[in-house]
Design a protein around this ligand. Structure first.
Ligand code: AMP
Length: 117
């Protein structure tokens, strides 16, 4: 049995979150520490810890996350101006929650993608 994650508890509504979309494959909720006016996390209901754990079997599921992102961007009114989709992986990617998720960030100009520290 796969161990629960913070996000799987949100998906099961055991932990509160502002859920903006949910179906049988994915859940989207507002990030608790938003980096922009719109910052939503799009999470597969199935626990996949990181991109390194993705299998061929997950292909359609991961494609679905993009459909959800497109729809939410439209819903949030940020589609036309644009936005950024981010998936962090592992230590160098600064991943904090080991349940694969896509950040949908927008509502302001986001600047260059990567800065040197
Ligand atoms: P990452 O660094 O890609 O793993 O991103 C994890 C994200 O989860 C961060 O942006 C956090 O602000 C966010 N986060 C952590 N706990 C919660 C929570 N309880 N509800 C919503 N977002 C959360």
């Amino acid at each position: 049995m796969t161990q629960d994650t913070l996000f799987s508890k949100i998906i099961k509504k055991e932990i509160p979150a502002e859920i903006v979309f949910q179906d049988d494959r994915a859940t989207a909720f507002r990030d608790i520490n938003p980096k922009a006016p719109c910052h939503i996390l799009i999470v597969p209901n199935k626990i996949i810890p990181t991109v390194n754990d993705v299998t061929e079997e997950d292909e359609a599921l991961l494609g679905h996350l993009f459909i959800v992102a497109r729809n939410l961007a439209q819903q949030e009114g940020i589609a036309e101006d644009g936005y950024r989709l981010i998936i962090n992986c592992g230590r160098h990617g600064n991943q904090e929650v080991f349940h694969l998720h896509m950040h949908l960030v927008g509502g302001r100009s986001l600047g260059r993608m990567i800065q040197r520290d």
